[in-house]
Design a binder for this molecule. Structure first.
Ligand code: DGL
Length: 273
């Protein structure tokens, strides 16, 4: 068995990374995937950098112990808080992380005004500051942390009155500022795109970075010569540090497919099984 047959490891604080997994499955159906949702600790957004680094390190080790050839940090918050840390801790491992898609937004906005939705930890991290510095020149950015939205999506409330109210609170002030683009800087949020589109109307573009993250993962595997050579659709194994039944019930809704779901019990903040 060659390393090409090994899985891609993907993780998030919960079900948000399934929006990235969906794109990985579309672009690389032949790749086996291990998906870890840290639902025992979701949400990450209000947590400290140190805690998110500990969780991310434990999960990365868990995925590497199961043979992952590439780690996709399918979580903006974990990328903001821990990607540089993970690269330091695991220098031989390839990582793909996420940053709010300010670049494509800045390239296409006509009003020069862009809304960014992400968690508090993402906005506080150095990664977001560097994104703004590199790509935000000449564009006015309006940020919002959408308190409670990740929890609503974890509960499967993709279209409820409460979820809509959270989005209206975030988006109405931005619409008054004449934004024409909304960047989804949290991997949970693509699951409420239909609701966001109803709030912002058809003249506002909504950017989901998942397809470009999957493309980047594909490029890295091709460059390393570790892409799967199989012609068949491969399987996904799901792990959760939270409730197995809840993860199981969300998979068909969010991903349109199911797989083996296992429980990964957290022993300490840094160690998982
Ligand atoms: N899905 C996450 C992100 O992309 C994290 C949400 C959370 O746990 O707060 O930021």
């Amino acid at each position: 068995m060659s390393i090409s047959d090994n899985p891609i490891g993907v993780f998030d604080s919960g079900v948000g990374g399934l929006s990235v997994l969906r794109s990985i499955r579309e672009q690389m159906p032949e790749e086996t995937v291990l998906y870890f949702g840290d639902q025992g600790h979701v949400p990450y957004g209000p947590r400290s950098m140190e805690q998110i680094q500990n969780f991310s390190e434990g999960i990365t080790q868990f995925l590497l112990d199961r043979g992952s050839k590439l780690i996709v940090v399918a979580c903006n918050t974990a990328s903001a808080a821990a990607l540089a840390y993970l690269r330091g801790r695991f220098p031989d491992v390839s990582f793909v992380g996420m940053e709010p898609a300010v670049k494509p937004a800045a390239e296409t906005t006509r009003t020069g005004r862009v809304g960014v939705l992400a968690t508090p930890a993402t906005f506080q991290g150095a990664l977001y500051a560097s994104v703004v510095e590199r790509f935000g020149a000449g564009v006015e950015l309006f940020q919002h942390t959408c308190p409670g939205l990740v929890g609503q999506i974890e509960k499967g409330e993709l279209d409820s009155a409460n979820t809509r109210a959270i989005l209206e609170d975030a988006l109405h002030p931005m619409l008054e500022k004449n934004i024409d683009t909304v960047v989804l800087g949290c991997t949970h949020y693509p699951f409420v795109i239909p609701l966001i589109e109803r709030v912002v109307g058809e003249n506002v573009r909504v950017i989901d970075p998942a397809p470009s993250v999957a493309r980047q993962a594909k490029r890295l595997l091709e460059a390393a010569g570790t892409k799967s050579l199989s012609q068949r659709r491969a399987s996904v194994r799901f792990f959760t540090s939270g409730d197995v039944e809840s993860m199981k019930s969300m998979l068909p809704v969010l991903l349109g497919e199911t797989g083996d779901v296992e429980l990964a019990v957290w022993k300490t903040d840094t160690e998982v099984f």
